[in-house]
Design a protein around this ligand. Structure first.
Ligand SMILES: O=C(CO)[C@H](O)[C@H](O)COP(=O)(O)O
Length: 232
């Protein structure tokens, strides 16, 4: 099975958790987009759901495919969010933000009663950190924030380059108007300590470590679907 087929399988499995009448958070990325395509078929067949998209990109796809949308301000409590991830560990801690939508994704996930992550099996790792950690930062004082992140990471024994994310030769700008530093720390043994240390830096808007937000992770592999459930 190719990579796209696995994403579709994971998305299809997530669809079975969606019921008519639900208020749905809708994630960002190629796997979440497969979910939107399948959801749109259900909507066309009469399923009544309202989605809150986690990015302008997802919003545009939903509009194009006829999935009804609301803003999070209009619908601040959600039943379920379906989103992708860049890495997942056995505790269901995630690295997200490869698509640059981590801030809205985290806000939407936190507003959801349940969060189901969809991914292909390759995203499951023993220790998070092979995928560079996206850190969303304010434009103001970028260098100072970069230095502060480096110092905070070093205190935790983490070392590695911080790379300003670029697109078409220009800094990538998030939907919230911020920049992204991708941190190549390597293995992150203590995700909670790093999360707290990053949150303590004023220029850091948010980071891509998602702790205790996912309720289940649906992983598609060549041998089928495996679902991990949170112990919480
Ligand atoms: O966090 C994300 C976007 O900010 C995505 O969910 C993550 O990057 C996974 O994307 P894909 O499904 O394309 O592999």
């Amino acid at each position: 099975m190719d990579a796209r087929a696995l994403k579709i399988e994971a998305a299809r499995a997530a669809l079975s958790y969606v019921e008519s009448g639900m208020r749905l958070g809708i994630g960002t990325g190629s796997t979440a987009e497969e979910f939107v395509r399948l959801l749109a078929e259900k909507v066309a067949a009469g399923m009544a759901v309202t989605g809150v998209p986690t990015s302008e990109r997802t919003a545009a796809l939903c509009v194009q495919l006829g999935v009804p949308l609301a803003t999070l301000d209009e619908m601040p409590e959600l039943d379920l969010t379906i989103d992708g991830a860049d890495e997942v560990d056995a505790e269901l801690t995630l690295i997200k933000g490869g698509g640059g939508a981590l801030l809205r994704e985290k806000i939407v996930a936190a507003a959801s009663a349940r969060v189901i992550v969809i991914a292909d099996r390759s995203k499951l790792v023993e220790t998070l950190g092979r995928f560079p950690l996206p850190i969303e930062v304010n434009r103001f004082g970028l260098k100072a924030t970069e230095i502060a992140i480096g110092r905070a990471a070093a205190k935790l024994g983490l070392d590695g380059a911080l790379t300003l994310r670029m697109t078409n030769g220009e800094p990538f700008v998030t939907d919230g108007g911020h920049l992204i530093l991708d941190a190549s720390f390597g293995r992150i043994p203590d995700t909670r300590a790093l999360s707290e240390a990053l949150h303590a830096i004023p220029g850091v808007v948010e980071h891509g470590l998602f702790l205790e937000l996912a309720t289940a992770v649906i992983l598609a592999g060549a041998d089928g679907i495996k679902t991990l459930h949170a112990a919480r």
